[in-house]
Design a protein around this ligand. Structure first.
Ligand code: AMP
Ligand code: ZN
Length: 485
């Protein structure tokens, strides 16, 4: 590779910034924990995939051949990340009087719609957990003898059987995990089920035969099996939200160690992946992120209120992925305005640039180098965005070259700047009772009223639009004549 600047990433396992060194030269293999499809994803969940997408795009930008896997958890995730509670999928199916398969199909489609709306690239594989159950049983059989024990409720993993259990979470088996141990007979509170037997006399919608009886796999087992099968141990990077650093990923790591017959996490690759990366949470003070509250923050809710989904992507990029990000409608509104400015400015460059085909040219060398430095600095998207602003603002440069430079940067940021136009950005909120053509007609009448100096009528027309959920914007510097309230 001609590019000498390494990509530096924060490894949660070592708690250090490390230059990325691929396991297979020239390649990057990445696994991201996917959603549990028992409900719609909230926008916090989607932050995890915007982050994974920027990581993937950055690896492509650095010249690596990317293989990205995201799973779909359609079995095994209990209402508690440890071993308590019911299977989230079984519970949702019972509550909606539907089959699990219908539930999972519906919410997987909804998740994929959000993925597309946020300009998140398709991974090489969407791995569906229920399609890997035979492989999960094989994996469990391979580690059962040395690392597991059977109880009436299932096959349990003995966390004391591997070295350095819990290092990722910085918790130790000796100190105890502090979790409530409700399963009688567990050797250690942190031991977890890798196979959950169906209780006698019960029938689950999703159950399979296994050497430990009819039942279903544990959630942690899924990710170990699908990541190992599709990417090979050790692979390069495993991602997830910061909550997974505490239970899910330490348990995956323990299984991987057992399966690969390796010990000791002083060598990070013994964990199954060389680098473990976690995005911090999107938080919202009033609790609207929680899926248990009626109107929770789904991407569709933002769209229904007139915010383009890519404004949410920009909101995510304005914060570093390791920082907590507080959601507010004002913040989202500010991100939409910033996106609007960018789209308007780039549209002008596009008009002047003609057919394209140009390359960035030496004038853009410094800016593109600063962009590369920012993104290689553990995906510093807030700084990378300021470099994008600089490029967009450059004067007296060839428009074709400028467009090429914007394209190179947007290939990583994924804001769709080369295709989005101003009209596409303005969404009519669902609650408005008036359509675009009618708004245009009222505005036309209002212009006529103002030309006649009939200000009473002009004001009345503005008020009528306001009552229909539309604000008139006189003299908007960005050239919009109306906006949703
Ligand atoms: P789940 O469907 O619960 O398995 O979550 C899907 C992904 O979203 C996981 O990587 C979680 O760690 C992540 N996640 C959950 N809540 C948030 C949040 N509020 N902000 C960012 N990521 C989250
Ligand atoms: Zn996972």
């Amino acid at each position: 590779m001609t590019d000498p600047r390494p990509l530096v990433l924060f490894n949660s396992l070592t708690r250090q910034l490390e230059p990325f060194q691929p396991v297979h030269p020239g390649e990057a293999r990445v696994y991201s924990c996917g959603p549990t499809v028992y409900n719609y994803p909230h926008i916090g969940n989607m932050r995890a995939y915007v982050f994974a997408d920027v990581l993937g795009r950055t690896l492509s930008h650095k010249g690596y051949k990317l293989t990205h896997v995201i799973n779909i958890t359609d079995v095994g995730h209990l209402t508690d990340d440890a071993d308590d509670g019911e299977d989230k999928m079984e519970k949702a199916a019972a509550a909606n009087a539907q089959s699990i398969w219908d539930i999972s199909r519906h919410y997987t489609q909804a998740y994929w719609a959000d993925i597309a709306a946020l300009n998140i690239r398709q991974p090489a594989h969407w791995s569906i957990a229920t399609e890997y159950v035979p492989q999960m049983i094989e994996f469990a059989k391979a580690i059962a003898g040395k690392h597991c024990y059977e109880l009436p409720s299932g096959l349990y993993f003995d966390v004391g059987s591997v070295a350095d259990y819990g290092r990722l979470a910085r918790s130790h088996t000796e100190e105890g995990s502090g979790r409530i141990d409700e399963v009688e007979g567990k050797r250690h509170p942190a031991d977890f089920a890798i196979w959950r037997k169906t209780p006698p006399g019960e029938k689950r919608q999703m159950e399979w035969d296994s050497p430990w009886g009819r039942g279903a796999p544990g959630w942690h087992l899924e990710c170990s099996v699908m990541s190992g099968r599709l990417l090979g141990f050790p692979f390069d990077i495993h991602t997830g939200g910061i909550d997974h650093r505490e239970i899910h990923h330490p348990n995956e790591i323990a299984q991987n160690q057992a399966f690969c017959c390796t010990n000791g996490l002083d060598v990070p690759a013994n964990s199954g992946a060389r680098v473990w990366m976690h995005n911090n949470f999107l938080v919202e003070r009033s609790g609207k992120m929680s899926k248990s509250s009626g109107e929770f923050l789904r991407l569709q809710l933002l769209i229904d209120r007139g915010y383009h989904p890519l404004a949410y992507r920009l909101l995510c990029l304005q914060a570093h992925y390791r920082s907590e990000l507080e959601f507010s409608w004002d913040g989202l509104g500010a991100a939409l305005t910033r996106l609007k400015r960018l789209v308007l400015a780039v549209a002008q460059v596009r008009e002047r640039a003609g057919d394209g085909g140009a390359r960035p040219g030496p004038k853009f060398g410094d800016a593109l180098d600063r962009f590369d430095a920012a993104i290689c600095d553990d995906l510093n998207t807030p700084v990378a965005l300021t470099v994008l602003d600089d490029i967009v603002g450059m004067k007296k440069v060839d428009p074709g070259e400028k467009l090429a430079a914007i394209g190179a940067v947007d290939a990583v940021l994924g804001l769709g700047l080369l295709t989005l136009d101003r009209a596409a950005l303005r969404l009519r909120p669902k609650a408005t009772t008036i359509d675009e053509a009618a708004i245009a007609k009222v505005l036309e009448d209002r212009r006529a009223a103002r030309a006649d100096k009939d200000f009473a009528r002009s004001d009345a027309l503005r008020d009528a639009l306001s009552a229909a959920g539309i604000d008139v914007m006189d003299g908007d510097p960005l050239g919009w004549d109306w906006k949703p309230q």
